[in-house]
Ligand binder design. Structure first.
Ligand code: HEM
Length: 418
């Protein structure tokens, strides 16, 4: 939903019915535990590289590290590897990479598009009169200087770059045989699936493949980055939470011990609570959309076919009926054995959406965030910088972000001490 601005109408979250289920079924295997477990070494390499960059980044910025910026680079690098099989190298301080310009544009557009008054007019119109949005956007994108025009230009450039990457992969496969098994990235898996089935070849045209790949880059980077940086920011302000988290990380093994996917799931119950609570405290996707495919009655209202519905997970997350004292950061409220958790409605906390269209990348994102937190806290503790505003100013955009970033002081840990 939150990508509506920037994606061609071929991407997963914008298509419906048969085509949607065929495409979702094709890619869902990439999010199964066995595939995700195989991504741990790739994710870990990117995470270690990002952590290595922290001291140098801090030295340039009066001792502060901008964790939002670093997390976005990290998440984009991870998606680059997982979706395209390309190393964007964003967290590498020196040396360039062939895709650097593409990614710079991506990072820029991800962090600057907004839904406030500076947002494209067509987006605001889409919220009040969705039926008019399409024609308004087509018109406004031709008017130089409007936000719609700027978005369209960035959009076109990014899509052209993705098309280039996909076309290059097609050529590479033609040259080296089908290459099956050689690569484990998303793009290769979709191309393999196409090669195996004539029906899928018809459904997954090259344009759909580009759109799906592009969607992954956008859907998986700013969301995951925000989640990571907000969790570390919140922990930095709550010493009692930090102490429990460090105890769990240290009990797992000496610095450098890399958890398997299974260990990440079962050996870090407090980390689970911290991440859930951070996602509740700052809900990254402000709105989730649905359109009725037939007339339905909901809560006493008759909704005709074609009605747009907007859910606001961040509003649910602040409901005192589900979350005692909702303005307090308290990970223990998600303790599986706790009373508050037991009596809460299962849909009270839905940062990844809900139902058959819920986020396909949920496990991927959680694996990446957990792996990052474990590695970061094996090496550092973080303190809020006096140079950062408090409370942080939030920017309500396609996804939530910190308007001025998250500035932290990273203190290196010595083995066995905080
Ligand atoms: C913390 C990180 C993330 C959050 C909070 C998040 C949140 C969401 C939400 C709220 C939706 C809409 C769900 C609905 O309509 O019910 C969504 C959809 C989607 N997300 Fe995520 N997401 C995250 C990470 C990722 C990652 C890492 C990927 C891919 C690698 C991804 C891929 C997608 C896709 C493809 C859809 C559209 C699914 C469909 O329409 O079938 N997301 N996400």
């Amino acid at each position: 939903m939150y990508l509506i601005l920037k994606l061609p109408t071929l991407a997963l979250h914008l298509i419906r019915d048969e085509r949607w289920s065929a495409m979702r079924n094709t890619i869902i295997s990439l999010y199964q535990p066995s595939h995700l477990a195989g991504l741990i070494p790739t994710m870990q390499r990117c995470i270690e590289r990002a952590a290595d960059a922290i001291p140098a980044a801090a030295a340039q910025e009066h001792g502060d590290v901008d964790l939002s910026d670093l997390s976005l680079k990290l998440a984009t690098d991870v998606i680059g590897q997982a979706a395209f099989g390309v190393d964007f190298g964003l967290t590498v301080t020196s040396g360039g990479c062939e895709a650097a310009e593409f990614v710079r544009e991506h990072v820029h557009s991800t962090t600057t598009l907004r839904m406030d008054l500076s947002a494209p007019l067509s987006v605001a119109l889409g919220l009040v009169a969705p039926a008019l949005q399409g024609s308004a956007r087509r018109l406004l994108r031709r008017v130089p200087g409007t936000a719609d025009w700027r978005v369209a230009r960035t959009n076109d450039r990014l899509r052209a770059r993705v098309d280039e990457i996909v076309a290059a992969r097609h050529r590479e496969r033609g040259r080296d045989g089908d290459g099956e098994g050689a690569r484990r990235d998303f793009l290769s898996a979709v191309l393999d699936a196409r090669d195996r089935s004539a029906a899928l070849r018809e459904l997954l045209t090259p344009e759909h493949v580009s759109a799906l790949t592009y969607e992954h880059l956008l859907a998986g980077s700013a969301t995951t980055a925000f989640t990571l940086s907000s969790a570390v920011y919140l922990v930095a302000g709550h010493p009692e939470v930090e102490a429990k988290l460090l105890a769990e990380v240290d009990a797992f093994g000496p610095p450098g011990t890399v958890p398997t996917a299974d260990e990440l799931q079962h050996r870090f119950p407090y980390l689970d609570q911290v991440i859930k609570e951070a996602m509740r405290f700052y809900t990254v996707s402000p709105l989730i959309a649905r359109v009725t495919s037939q007339q339905v009655e909901l809560g006493g209202y008759k909704l005709p076919k074609g009605t747009w519905l907007w859910m606001a997970p961040g509003v649910l997350a602040r409901d005192a009926a589900s979350f005692t004292d909702p303005g307090t950061f308290r990970p223990e409220r998600f303790d599986l054995a706790g009373e508050e958790q037991r009596r809460r409605h299962p849909c009270a906390h839905i940062p990844f959406g809900v139902g058959p269209r819920a986020c396909v990348g949920q496990r991927f994102a959680l694996q990446e965030v957990k792996l990052s937190v474990v590695h970061l806290y094996q090496r550092f503790v973080f303190r809020r910088s006096p140079r950062m505003e408090s409370p942080p100013e939030l920017q309500f955009g396609i996804v939530l972000s910190f308007r001025h970033g998250v500035k932290l002081v990273a203190v290196e840990r010595r083995v066995g001490t905080a």
